[in-house]
Ligand binder design. Structure first.
Ligand code: SAM
Length: 429
């Protein structure tokens, strides 16, 4: 009430009857489109609403970093450790962040062993290097310069890492206008949204946060029964992303947003396998060089439950790798294809689960073998052979019951990814 947050009488925050700690429950029948709560922008915690906002604004040029998170983290370091903080009632919900069992806090050996092949260990290693670098290069010099507000003894790298995890798992980002445009805009900085961050996530969510100029509103997107949990969406998240950033997974069969990656390099390895002559090898190397330039930092093809999500890139790579010497010379002379040559809708259909079996044999073989190579990178023997079909793992709850929560989450990620890869192999046999 004090900060003018308006909560509908049809919902409550609870620790019971939710999937994980706090969550929101419906205490009455809710229709689609009902506002469940409204948060004025003044009740959001970010660099502009913190007590230290003036110094953060004045010296913002020294706080730039690749993540763009440093100003919010400095505000949180200050508010979290200040007994008089206006945000005390909110921040005191977390006396520590122990419940946040993100893979970044797992011992390295455990992380590498449990998450091999999933891509999470590599993502965490990049995060840890970035976090350390940002703390040492940006945060530490800044807090040392402002000893009346921060101190390296209190605001340690350890606390900083916990707050990074808090931001990862609890913050929101203002959606950007025209997000689909090709123009790359800098992402909006993260902010903390009290009450909205009490909601848990499922892919089949029933509520959604709307951003307006004055306030943020949680609105139901379908009817919710009395007693049901109110679920927000954190975005279209594959299980590996959920585990990486939030420390949990959905049962892999019910996560409609699950994906598996095939590294571009695996497709290239497969393509080079059968090459006999030096001339062919040289052609392939040239093709690969051109592709690397075209793909820039895209290192993997992403496959979802309905087909390839990076279809344009996959199409390009397959076309170039399967070109004859003459076709490739012509392609280079033209500096690519004519713009209207490719119809995006048609490509997405061609690389959907429905379209894949109809691809030409050479393309199917490349995809099939690249998927097989990717499956091998998990280095385990779950599922044994590809012939066992797509629903080969986790058929009984007993398998899960014997595992700790890290093992369970890792298994959900692996099973989801491998199911997608085996399905792809079936479709491209
Ligand atoms: N449950 C949180 C709490 O008690 O503070 C509130 C949601 S917070 C934004 C996000 C965290 O909630 C995640 O990092 C994860 O620990 C948990 N969470 C959210 N959705 C979940 C789900 N479907 N299953 C398990 N845990 C979930």
């Amino acid at each position: 009430d004090r900060v003018s947050l308006v909560l509908s009488s049809k919902v409550c925050v609870s620790k019971e009857g939710t999937v994980a700690h706090y969550g929101m429950l419906a205490t009455d029948e809710i229709e689609e489109g009902e506002v469940l709560f409204t948060i004025p922008r003044s009740a959001l915690l970010h660099q502009g609403t913190s007590k230290v906002s003036a110094v953060l604004e004045k010296e913002k040029s020294s706080l730039e970093s690749s993540s763009g998170w440093v100003p919010l983290l400095l505000a949180l370091l200050y508010e979290y450790t200040s007994p008089q903080s206006h945000w005390r009632p909110y921040l005191s919900l977390w006396t520590d962040f122990k419940t946040l069992d993100l893979p970044m806090f797992w011992p390295t050996e455990e992380r590498d062993a449990l998450l091999r092949g999933t891509g999470i260990s590599e993502a965490v290693n990049r995060d840890l290097a970035n976090i350390r670098r940002e703390y040492m290069d940006v945060v530490l010099p800044f807090i040392t310069k402002h000893p009346h507000l921060w101190s390296p003894d209190t605001h340690t790298l350890g606390l900083y890492m916990q707050l990074v995890a808090f931001v990862m798992a609890y913050s929101f980002q203002e959606p950007q206008e025209g997000e689909d445009d090709d123009e790359e805009e800098a992402a909006s900085p993260p902010m903390m949204v009290p009450m909205a961050d009490m909601l848990n996530h499922v892919s089949n969510h029933n509520a959604n946060l709307e951003f307006t100029p004055d306030c943020l509103k949680m609105v139901s997107v379908r009817p919710i029964q009395k007693g049901e949990e109110v679920f927000n969406t954190y975005g279209e998240m594959a299980n590996w992303q959920l585990l990486h950033m939030y420390g949990f997974t959905e049962p892999y069969r019910s996560n409609s947003n699950d994906t598996a990656d095939i590294p571009v390099a695996n497709l290239y390895r497969v393509a080079t396998q059968g090459i006999q002559s030096d001339l062919d090898r040289q052609l392939m190397e040239e093709q690969w060089e051109v592709l690397c330039e075209m793909m820039q930092d895209k290192a993997a093809f992403v496959f979802g439950k309905q087909g390839c999500l990076t279809d344009t890139e996959l199409h390009t790579v397959l076309k170039v790798l399967c070109m004859s010497k003459e076709e490739f010379s012509e392609f280079k002379e033209n500096e690519g294809w004519e713009e209207d040559d490719e119809d995006e809708d048609k490509i997405s259909l061609v690389f959907s689960n429905e379209g894949l079996p109809g691809l030409k044999a050479s393309w199917k073989w490349l995809i099939h073998e690249a998927a097989r190579l990717t499956v091998r990178s998990y280095g385990d023997d779950e599922g044994k052979t590809e012939g066992e079909g797509s629903d080969w793992a986790l058929n009984d709850q007993a398998t899960l019951a014997g595992l700790n929560s890290r093992q369970q989450n890792a298994l959900q990620v692996r099973c989801g990814q491998k199911t997608i890869l085996y399905r792809l192999m079936e479709l491209t046999k």
